[in-house]
Design a protein around this ligand. Structure first.
Ligand code: HEM
Length: 500
C-alpha cells in the first residue's frame, strides 16, 4: 500500500514539475511578459497571493503597487496577468476586448456539467451570444422590466411588511433583502412566488454556491489533478446546483402540464425558452436549448442576481449607519421627493440623485465583484508586453476603485463625489469606475440590478429609522470582507428598525 502511495506521489510530482517547466519554457523565452514576483517551483506565486491575511483583491492590489499595473503571476501551472489601473483595464476591456473575452472555467463550475451551458463560462461564440440575446430581450429589455413593475412593487412591499413585523428587534438586513430579491426573481423567471421553506433552502444554496464558485481550489492551479477533485469543491457545487435544478424542473414540468403561477402572463422567460425547445431548441439558427441548457441558464440568472444585489444593499446600509450625515441627507431627499408614498420604484430614480450617489459610492468602495477573470483567446501585445494565448487576464476592479491616483480619500465613503462628476454604470472612457465591468461581457443583469438596488435601498430607508445594536455602537461595526463569487460582509449586518 505504502509502495503504491509512493509511486502515485512521485508520478504526481513529476507531472507537476514537467508541467511547470513546460509553462516556464512556453511563456518565458523570448516573449516579454509583464513584470511580477519570482515564481517558486510548482506553486508559482500562490504564497504571494494567498499567504497574507488579505483577500486576493487586496493582496493583488498590493503586489501591483510593487510590480506595476500590468503584472504576471503563476498560480500553480496557471499563467495569470493582472490589470490594476484604468489604462490597463481599458486595454483589456476595450482595445483587445474581442480577443480577451474567454473564460478559464473554475473546476467548481463543472459540477453537474454546469460549465458546458453556463453563460458565465461559455466562450464568446454563437451559443454565448444567443443566450445573452435571449436574456437581454426577454427578461432585461426596458419593455420586459416595465412589465415586471407589479412584481417589483410586491417584493418591496412584502419586504417592508416583514420589517414592520420585527420592529425594534435586530434584523439581519441581508436576509430580508435576499428574501425580497429571491421572490422577485422567481416571479420574473417563472411568474410564481416562493414559500418560506423554499426561500430558506435557496438562501442556503446561494450562500454556499457563491463561496464554492471561486474557492481557491488545487484543481484550478494544477489542472492535471482536476479529475481527483481533491478538496471536493466540484462535488459540493454539484450538490448545490442540483437543488436549484430540482426546483426549476418542478416549474418546467408544472408549466408543461398547463399549470402556471397566478401572475403568469404569456411570454415570460420560461415560456420563451419552452417555445424554443419546441422549435428544435434553435435560436438565431443556433441549436442551443435542451433541458440541461435551459436549467443552467435559469440557474445562472437567479444566482447572479442574488448575492450581488443583497451584498450591495448590505454594504450600503452598513456605510449609512456609520455615516449619520449621509443617512440624514438621504432621508431628507426621500421625504421631499416621495412624501407619504411608502416605497421607491424605478420611475422615482431620476428624482433621487443622492440615492444614486449612495449606491455608486457603495459599489466603488465595496465592489461586490472585485475581480473579473477573462481568458486570452489569442496572443496580444499590451503596453509593450506579451499576453499569451490561454492565459487568464484578471481586471482588479477593486484596485482601480481604490486608486489614490484617481480618487481623493479612496477608502472613505463620500457619496458627494458622484454628485460633482457624472459616472455611468456602463463605464466611462477613462475606465476608473465600472462595478458591472465593461466590454462584451459586461454584466448582463445591469438594467435589472440598477432598478432593484434603488427600489430596495430607498424602500428600506423611507419611513424607517435604523440604528445599530448596542454592541456594534460600542465596539464598532465589523466591516471585514468575505470573498466568494461576490464580496460580502463577513459578519452579516444586524440593525434595529423603527417605523416613523
Ligand atoms: C449589484 C449588482 C451586480 C453587480 C455589481 C454585478 C457585476 C457583475 C460583473 C462585474 C460581472 C462580470 C463581467 C465581466 O466578466 O466582464 C457580471 C457578470 C454577469 N452578471 Fe452581474 N452584477 C450584478 C447583478 C446582476 C443581476 C441582477 C443579474 C441577473 C439578472 C446579473 C447577471 C450577470 C450575468 C449573467 C453575468 C455573466 C455575463 C457573461 O459572462 O457574459 N448580474 N456581473
Amino acid at each position: 500500500m505504502a509502495f503504491v502511495f509512493l509511486v502515485c506521489m512521485s508520478s504526481l510530482l513529476v507531472t507537476l514539475f514537467s508541467s511547470y517547466l513546460y509553462q516556464v519554457l512556453l511563456h518565458g523565452g523570448n516573449r516579454r511578459l509583464p513584470p511580477g514576483p519570482v515564481p517558486l517551483p510548482l506553486i508559482g506565486n500562490l504564497l504571494d497571493v494567498a499567504s497574507s491575511s488579505m483577500l486576493p483583491h487586496r493582496s493583488l492590489s498590493r503586489l501591483a503597487e510593487r510590480y506595476g499595473p500590468l503584472m504576471t503571476l503563476r498560480l500553480g501551472t496557471a499563467l495569470v496577468i493582472v490589470a490594476s489601473s484604468p489604462a490597463a483595464a481599458r486595454e483589456v476591456l476595450r482595445t483587445h476586448n474581442a480577443t480577451i473575452t474567454g473564460r478559464n472555467s473554475p473546476d467548481a463550475w463543472n459540477g453537474m456539467d454546469h460549465a458546458a451551458n453556463s453563460v458565465f463560462i461559455l466562450p464568446p461564440r454563437r451559443r454565448w451570444r444567443a443566450l445573452r440575446r435571449i436574456g437581454a430581450e426577454h427578461l432585461l429589455s426596458p419593455r420586459r422590466l416595465d412589465g415586471l413593475r407589479p412584481a417589483m412593487r410586491a417584493a418591496v412591499l412584502d419586504m417592508r411588511r416583514r420589517i414592520v413585523a420585527v420592529s425594534e428587534l435586530p434584523v439581519e438586513v441581508g436576509r430580508v433583502v435576499f428574501d425580497a430579491m429571491a421572490d422577485f426573481m422567481w416571479r420574473a423567471l417563472f411568474s410564481s412566488g416562493l414559500d418560506a421553506d423554499t426561500l430558506h433552502e435557496l438562501h442556503g444554496v446561494a450562500r454556499e454556491a457563491a463561496l464554492l464558485a471561486l474557492k481557491p481550489n488545487v484543481s484550478d492551479f494544477f489542472p492535471a489533478l482536476a479529475a481527483l477533485d481533491l478538496q471536493g469543491v466540484r462535488r459540493s457545487m454539484a450538490r448545490q446546483l442540483g437543488k436549484v435544478y430540482k426546483l426549476i424542473d418542478h416549474e418546467i414540468d408544472q408549466r408543461k402540464r398547463g399549470g402556471a403561477g397566478d401572475e403568469h402572463t404569456a411570454d415570460d422567460l420560461l415560456d420563451v425558452i419552452l417555445d424554443m425547445l419546441q422549435q428544435e431548441g434553435k435560436f438565431d439558427g443556433v441549436l442551443m436549448m435542451n433541458r440541461d441548457a435551459m436549467r443552467a441558464f435559469l440557474t445562472d440568472l437567479f444566482l447572479a442576481a442574488m448575492d450581488t444585489v443583497t451584498g450591495a444593499i448590505e454594504w450600503a446600509m452598513a456605510e449609512l449607519l456609520q455615516n449619520p450625515e449621509a443617512m440624514k441627507k438621504q432621508k431628507v431627499e426621500l421625504n421631499s421627493v416621495l412624501g407619504s408614498k411608502t416605497y421607491v420604484e424605478y420611475t422615482d430614480i431620476d428624482n433621487l440623485p443622492y440615492l444614486q450617489a449612495v449606491i455608486k459610492e457603495t459599489l466603488r468602495l465595496h465592489a461586490v465583484v472585485p475581480l473579473v477573470p477573462n481568458k486570452a483567446e489569442d496572443t496580444v501585445e499590451i503596453q509593450g508586453y506579451t499576453i499569451p494565448k490561454g492565459s487568464t487576464v484578471i481586471v482588479n476592479l477593486w484596485a482601480i476603485h481604490h486608486s489614490a491616483e484617481v480618487w481623493t480619500d479612496p477608502s472613505k465613503f463620500i457619496p458627494e463625489r458622484f454628485l460633482c462628476k457624472e459616472f455611468h454604470f456602463q463605464g466611462t472612457d477613462h475606465f476608473e469606475f465600472m462595478p458591472f465591468s465593461a466590454g462584451r461581457r459586461i454584466c448582463l443583469g445591469l438594467p435589472l440590478a440598477n432598478r432593484m438596488l434603488h427600489a430596495l435601498l430607498g424602500s428600506l430607508l423611507h419611513h424607517f429609522e435604523w440604528t445599530l445594536p448596542q454592541d456594534a455602537m460600542e465596539n464598532g461595526l465589523d466591516m471585514s470582507e468575505k470573498l466568494g463569487l461576490t464580496m460580502s460582509m463577513a459578519t452579516p449586518l444586524q440593525a434595529i428598525v423603527k417605523g416613523m
